[in-house]
Write a protein that binds this ligand. Structure first.
Ligand code: DX5
Ligand code: ZN
Length: 219
């Protein structure tokens, strides 16, 4: 995880041609698959669940980064490991015993991620940052693709970077929501390591070229 990474969000793919879109990401310069799982309770939307993740993971030749927007995620940690998740990210706001949840994710052989909603201050992770592989900063309110980027994200990246350095942690910073060619470079310059991009990639006319351009922008 030394270089800067692009993670296309499959939420914006064409589900009638899912295998084609997965193969496109395999062939592209993208680094990770970003898979959004929503339960209609933690967020006001339902995306897709286990069978779809299983199908994606079966064809994916790159890291499978699963973003759980569900309450009480501990119930499904083993299931998500068995389905092929490499990184499992849970929401801070959905976990009463976050330390236990992170240990359980790692015990299943996955990397552990923690996502923060736009209103959640990064300092809530002060006592646990050294245990977290990836912090996912939501740069939109979770639940939907295609929303506008929240500018305060830049402040949060800087605050998180300061916390990571102060604690001498190896944690990476992932940004999710409203990422485009307009903000990609500034996000990396502010301290981000991984950029999730859904609509910007899948709604473009040449997806391979869009990914390639994003990638060269953040090198
Ligand atoms: C939103 C999801 C995002 C979403 C990003 O709740 O977590 O991963 O797919 O989509 P865009 O890039 O369209 O904002
Ligand atoms: Zn996501």
């Amino acid at each position: 995880m030394s270089s800067k990474l692009i993670a296309p969000s499959i939420l914006a793919a064409d589900f009638g041609n899912l295998q084609r879109d997965v193969e496109m990401v395999n062939k592209s310069e993208a680094d990770w698959f970003h898979i959004d799982i929503m339960d209609g309770v933690f967020v006001p939307n339902i995306s897709y669940g286990m069978p779809v993740l299983e199908a994606i993971a079966k064809h994916a030749t790159k890291t499978v980064d699963v973003h759980l927007m569900i309450i009480d995620p501990d119930r499904y940690i083993k299931t998500f490991a068995d389905l092929g998740s490499d990184i499992l990210t849970v929401h801070y706001e959905a976990c009463t015993h976050l330390h236990r949840t992170i240990q359980a994710i790692k015990a299943e052989g996955m990397k552990a991620g923690v996502a923060l909603n736009p209103h959640t201050n990064v300092n809530v992770l002060e006592d646990i940052i050294n245990d977290i592989d990836v912090v996912l900063i939501m740069s939109v309110n979770p639940g939907f693709g295609g929303q506008s980027f929240i500018e305060n994200t830049f402040n949060k990246i800087k605050q998180l970077k300061t916390l990571i350095e102060r604690k001498e942690a190896a944690t990476k910073i992932e940004i999710d929501g409203g990422v485009t060619d307009k903000n990609a470079k500034s996000l990396i310059d502010a301290g981000a390591d991984i950029l999730v991009a859904g609509s910007f990639v899948f709604k473009s006319s040449d997806q391979l070229k869009t990914i390639s351009e994003l990638k060269s922008m953040i090198k």
